[in-house]
Write a protein that binds this ligand. Structure first.
Ligand code: GDP
Ligand code: MG
Length: 163
């Protein structure tokens, strides 16, 4: 079976930035599909010699908070169906918000590997702030900066090890 990594999380946590980093210097398959999947971007990459596809979810979610939540729920459910591993991104600069709790709850339904990733940890001062994400109920989390790339190697080592 194909190795598929899905990036999920509420808007603005940095999914697309991380997606673009994963695909750097590679040809992105940017495919807009109609209907519920219209906001999903697919790309291919590899790490430690392991090939995988990445799905960036929730590209153009617009509207009220209710619509947000409904769309995010759909995206998370699709990710659970399609992916071999799920990267759940949160934002250290915002801390834990209700929508993170809701996504965490949806992800508890799957037996697939889920990696909680605290993004925007651009410097070591922010490592301490990341600890509040233990409240989402995961055994561990990874800290990365999608912008600088720091932490992404350790994360990918562990993700591809599940394939
Ligand atoms: P998405 O909505 O989850 O796809 O989030 P985006 O990738 O569009 O990023 C939302 C905002 O966060 C943008 O302004 C990014 O430049 C910013 N951002 C993404 N990753 C990082 C990061 O690692 N550090 C910082 N400081 N900002 C980031
Ligand atoms: Mg995006």
């Amino acid at each position: 079976m194909a190795n598929i990594i899905a990036l999920v999380g509420r808007p603005n946590v940095g999914k697309s930035t991380f997606f673009n980093r994963l695909l750097q210097k590679r040809e992105a398959i940017v495919d807009s599909v109609s209907g519920v999947t219209r906001d999903r971007h697919y790309g291919k990459s590899d790490w430690n010699g392991v090939d995988f596809s990445v799905i960036d979810t929730g590209g153009y979610i617009k509207g009220s908070d209710d619509i947000f939540e409904d769309e995010i729920r759909k995206q998370v459910e699709l990710a659970i169906d399609e992916a071999s591993a799920i990267i759940f991104l949160v934002d250290v600069t915002e801390g834990v918000v209700d929508m993170d709790q809701e996504v965490a709850q949806l992800l508890r339904k799957t037996k697939k590997p889920v990696f909680l990733v605290v993004n925007k940890v651009d410097n070591s001062m922010l490592e301490t702030s990341a600890m509040e994400f233990y409240s989402l109920g995961f055994d561990k989390y990874y800290t990365i900066s999608g912008m600088t790339g720091s932490g992404t190697g350790d994360l990918l080592d562990d993700v591809v090890a599940t394939f």
